[in-house]
Design a protein around this ligand. Sequence first.
Ligand code: GLY
Length: 382
Amino acid sequence: MSNPVSSNSESLKSCDTIAVALGDRAYDIHVGGGLIASAGGRIAPLLAKPETVIVTDANVAKHWLDPLQTSLTAAGVSSQALVMPAGEPTKNFENLAKVIDCFLQVPVERSSVVIALGGGVVGDLTGFAAASTLRGINFVQIPTTLLAQVDSSVGGKTGINAIQGKNLIGAFHQPAMVLADTDVLGTLPEREMQAGYAEIVKYGLIRDAAFFGWLEDNASRVLSGDTQALRHAILESCRAKARIVGADEREKGQRALLNFGHTFGHALEAENAYGPALLHGEAVAIGSVLALELSERIGLCPQDRARQLIAHLTHLGMPSRISQIDNANTWSADDLLEHMRSDKKVSGGKLTFILANDIGDAFVTTDVQEEDVLAVLEESLR
Ligand code: GLY
C-alpha cells in the first residue's frame, strides 16, 4: 500500500512544468493531476519555518482544504486556514484587512510563505495581502478555477476592487510557485469552465492563429474535461502567458495584449455591478467579439473574423453579444463608454484598446474614435 510520501513522489512526476523567467523573481508553474495531494512536498522546501497560512473561500474549502492540509502535514508543515466568503464582492478593503490581520497574528515573518487556494478572487486578494504585509512576503498560488489556472494565478497581478472600478487597487507581486491541479476542475460548474475558456481562446486571438485553429477543433473536449485536451489547453495558455510576462512584467508594452476583450469586458462587469448575471470570463468572451467587431469596423481586420469567433463561442454555448446578458435591455452604449473612461487602461486621457489585424495578430492602440466604439456597442446591445 502506498503511503502519503510515496504517492506524493508519484504525483511529483506526473506534471508539466513551465518556468516564468523573471530573474530573482523567477518561479515555476506546475500543471497536472494530483498536485494538491502532493503540494506539501513541493511547498516545504520553500519554507524557512515549517508553518504556513492558507487563504481560501467557503466553496473551495469544502473540497480541497482538507487534502491540502493533509499533504502539508505529511510533509511536516503545520497550517492554519482563513476561509473567506466566495464571490467577487470579497475583493474589498475590509477583507484585505482581515487577511493581513490574520497574517500578522500568526505572526508571519519576511521569509514566510502563505498559500492562496482558490479562484481569481482568492488569488488576487491573498497576493495583495502578501505584497502589503511586512512590505512583501512570499505566496504560492493553487488556482482552483480554469480561469485562474490559465490567467490570474500567473504573472503577479494582485489587488482588490474599488468603488470606482475593478482591480484599481493592487500591486505586482509574483508568486513563489503556481500549482495548477487539473483534478480540481472536475468539481467546477460548466459555466465556470466556459468562463475560463474565454481566457484560453484569448491566447489564440492575440498571438497564435494555429492555437485558435486547434481550439476550433478541440474546444468541446477541453470543456468536457478530456484530460489530454484540457491539459494541452492549460499548458499552451500558461506558456503564452509566461513568455509575455517574462518579457514585460509590468505591462509597459506587450503584456497589454493580455487585456484583449477586457476594455469592453470590464465596462460590462461594472454596468452589471459585478453581479452574478455576468462572470468575468463571460464579459471577456463578449468583449473579445466586440474587439474584433471594432477592428473590422475601422478596416483593420477581414470582415468575417468576428463572425468566426461568434460561431465558435455559440457552438460552445457561450455568450457573444451584450443583449444575451440578463438585464442588459436597460443598458446604454453611452453608460458603457463612461465605464471605459474610468478603467485603469486609460492613458493620457485616451482609452486603450487591444485590436487585431487578424486572428492571432493583436496590437495595442489608443487611436480609436469614440463614435466607432459606440456603434459596435449599440449593435451588440440590440
Ligand atoms: N490578466 C492580464 C494580465 O495578467 O496581464
